[in-house]
Write a protein that binds this ligand. Structure first.
Ligand SMILES: [Zn+2]
Length: 73
């Protein structure tokens, strides 16, 4: 009976340790760097009219283009 308890304790400890390590490696939801959460100026693609952050757009002759349309026209 004593060995069974020992085994149970070992298993529980193992699970706790496992979960602890998992949390340390990947904290749920809070690890992703969100540098884009700041309000950025939105611009509109001249080709399709989609709105996108200025840093993602390509500026050309005072007009903005989305990545899909950059390089064209
Ligand atoms: Zn576009």
């Amino acid at each position: 009976m004593g060995r069974l308890i020992q085994l149970a304790v070992l298993v529980v400890l193992g699970v706790i340790l496992y979960r602890y390590v998992q949390k340390k490696i990947a904290p749920a939801g809070s690890s992703r760097p969100n540098r884009r959460t700041k309000t950025e100026k939105l611009v509109q693609c001249r080709q399709c009219g989609i709105r996108l952050p200025e840093s993602d757009a390509l500026r050309k002759n005072d007009a903005y283009y989305c990545p899909r349309h950059r390089g064209r026209g």
